[in-house]
Design a protein. Structure first.
Ligand SMILES: [Zn+2]
Length: 77
């Protein structure tokens, strides 16, 4: 996404020092959540283990990406 703000052109980018996104899975049939992890296989394993224990089968995945802004050109803000 780009936008002009105070005569400067900025870009919003994923923070290269913080990849990959942090994620967790939440069961939609109860309130339980997986631990936060950058590794999708770990949240998938949590969901499969939760299903085996509870018979719950509906989940929602949340992922958060840290972002940075970077001035492209111009402006003195
Ligand atoms: Zn559940």
């Amino acid at each position: 996404m780009t936008t002009i703000l105070r005569h400067a052109l900025w870009r919003v980018l994923p923070d290269p020092a913080r990849r990959p996104p942090a994620r967790y899975v939440q069961c939609r049939e109860c309130e339980e959540k997986s631990p936060v992890t950058p590794v999708q296989a770990e949240s998938d394993l949590w969901a499969m283990t939760h299903s085996g224990r509870t018979q719950h089968t509906l989940y929602r995945e949340f992922a958060a990406t840290d972002l940075i802004t970077k001035r492209v050109r111009g402006g003195s803000s």
